[in-house]
Write a protein that binds this ligand. Sequence first.
Ligand SMILES: [Zn+2]
Length: 72
Amino acid sequence: MKTAFEMYREEFQDIEYCCYCLEPKGDKYHCCKENHFVPFQDLETSEQMDIINEEIQWAEIAAKQEEKRNGR
Ligand SMILES: [Zn+2]
C-alpha cells in the first residue's frame, strides 16, 4: 500500500512550481518577478514534503467545511 506522500508525489510529478516560493505555476507566466519554474519531481524531497503537507492540510480543512455543510 502506498503512503499518502507517495500518492501525492505521483499526482503532482508534472506540475510546475516556482522555485523561489514553491507556489504552483498555474496560469501564471512568471512568479517572484522571475520565469523560473521546476517540475515537482525535480524539487528536493524536503520541498516536496512541504508542498504535500500543505496540500493535506487544505484537504482536511475542506473536508471539515464539507462536514459542517452537511450538518454533522
Ligand atoms: Zn514565486
